[in-house]
Write a protein that binds this ligand. Structure first.
Ligand code: PNW
Length: 469
């Protein structure tokens, strides 16, 4: 059966500044924590870094044309903080802002709605030197930066996102250390999570103050679909612990204005959470216009207190844990097909998430701000990558979205990760999420089969039958 999506649905692709821009030393930009991290030996696959990436900073106009030619009506990108505010404080660099103004104008001219994310993991290194997200000063700095960007682009950008996936920034950045800044301190990770929440709250206030009333403000989370391996009380408790650290540590303060009591208990031997100051929760609990959800794969967990259980953390192999206070939980690879990331394919997880937030935040419009899959290149004789696995992945997940809408979820848009192959963080350039292939030596962009498939969907709003190939 073919499925119709609601009129006005946003069909987009997504990228982030650090993963595509390159030009890391141009026009006054200073290093971010990801520049430092990727240039530290042993931190990224093959020592890959994003000095050039997909050279988008110099190919902006060509890339906007590429987006428009796909047939999509929206594009999600992020702003590089250290391009706009090189020291993370004080006056903005006009040339940095100009790049994004031109990008937005070119998108609008071609009928593509821009969705701007203020922070997709690239903290100015100067702010990390002052404590980074473990310091509450960084939340205040973020609000100032949000105000600057809003003043500059508020007349033309309507869709605003404060943070992308604060879980990754806090727990992969300061807990397991597989992301920048590469710190492995459990308490630092919890402090970072709170200061990211506070940054979201103060940033939202700064956006509201500077933006016209029609602007929409949102936050993109990457909630985990946590499945207990069995229904035993021990495994159910493991799932509850991971749900607290992956999901409720962000969604509760943002949506309800409180931290979960069980999270305090689970982490009591590490911290008394005295870094949460009076007034913080009210500041974090700002009304939002939509909630962004990024989804790739579910997690299956069990109680791992016995020595035999796998301690491999589903979120990147490392010695350190991204789960402060719940290090004993074991993660299991679900059976069935996987993408090249080793992430199992399970579209029902996306349906579950959309229904969960429909229940937890009644009336809240939802936006899928990321979903997609990495697959190795299989170029045909014509140079086009025949990525039928990716089409199948997308088809399955979009069917799940359609089903959630039928079940009452107010889903307003879908942003495919990613527009083009790019710098996949610690995995470097080896993992390709794009629907457009990038030949890095020549920087040639070639739409894959999935780009044509997705463009057709975006133009018609009708999800075709499952691909049979
Ligand atoms: C997201 N995990 O990253 C990011 O928002 C993108 O920048 C990234 O390219 C994309 O997904 C694909 O990885 C994640 O370990 C990285 O749970 C790691 C995890 C989740 C999301």
């Amino acid at each position: 059966m073919s499925a119709h999506f609601p009129p006005g649905f946003l069909w987009g692709t997504a990228t982030s500044a650090h993963q595509i821009e390159g030009a890391v030393r141009e026009d006054g930009r200073t290093p971010s924590i990801w520049d430092t991290f990727s240039h530290t030996p042993g931190k990224t696959e093959g020592g890959d870094h994003a000095d050039v990436a997909t050279d988008h900073y110099h190919r902006r106009t060509e890339d906007v044309q590429l987006i428009a030619d796909l047939g999509v009506n929206a594009y999600r990108f992020s702003v590089s903080w250290s391009r706009v505010q090189p020291t993370g404080r004080g006056p903005a660099v006009q040339r940095g802002l100009d790049f994004y103004r031109l990008l937005v104008d070119e998108l609008l001219e071609r009928g593509v709605r821009p969705m701007l994310t203020l922070y997709h993991w690239d903290l100015p290194q100067e702010l990390e030197n002052a404590g980074g997200w473990t310091s509450r000063e960084t939340s205040v700095r973020f609000a100032e930066y949000a105000g600057i960007v809003a003043e500059a682009l508020g007349d033309r950008v309507e869709l605003w996102t404060t943070l992308n996936e604060p879980w990754c920034s806090a727990f992969l950045g300061y807990g397991s250390g597989v992301h920048a800044p590469g710190r492995t301190e459990p308490v630092a990770a919890l402090r970072a999570a709170h200061h990211l929440n506070l940054a979201h709250g103060l940033g939202t206030q700064a956006l509201r103050a500077a933006l016209p009333a029609r602007a929409q403000v949102s936050l993109s989370l990457n909630p985990s679909v946590v499945r207990p391996r069995t229904r035993s009380p021990q495994d159910l408790d493991a799932a509850r612990r991971i749900d607290a650290l992956a999901n409720r540590v962000f969604s509760d303060p943002v949506l309800k204005g409180s931290y979960p009591q069980d999270l305090f208990e689970d982490t009591a031997r590490l911290t008394d959470w005295s870094f949460v100051e009076p007034g913080d929760l009210a500041a974090i609990n700002q009304p939002l216009d939509s909630l962004g959800i990024n989804y790739y794969t579910p997690a299956v967990v069990s109680d791992g207190s016995d020595a035999e259980s796998p301690r491999s953390h589903a979120h990147g192999a490392s010695e350190s844990s991204p789960w402060p206070g719940s290090e004993q939980v074991a993660f299991h690879q679900p059976p069935g097909e996987q993408t090249e990331m080793g992430w199992s394919i399970d579209p029902s997880g996306l349906h579950d998430l959309l229904m969960r937030y429909t229940k937890e935040a009644p009336g809240m419009p939802l936006m899928i701000t990321e979903n997609g899959a990495a697959y190795p290149d299989k170029q045909g004789d014509d140079g086009v990558v025949q990525d039928v696995e990716r089409i199948r992945y997308l088809h399955g997940h979009l069917s799940a979205v359609h089903r959630a809408i039928a079940d009452g979820a107010d889903v307003r848009g879908y942003f495919l990760w990613s527009l083009m192959d790019n710098f996949e963080w610690a995995y470097g350039y080896g993992k390709r999420f794009g629907i457009v292939h990038v030949d890095y030596p020549s920087q040639t962009r070639t739409p894959k089969a999935s780009a044509h498939w997705y463009g057709e969907l975006a133009r018609t709003g009708i999800l075709p039958k499952a691909p049979t190939c």
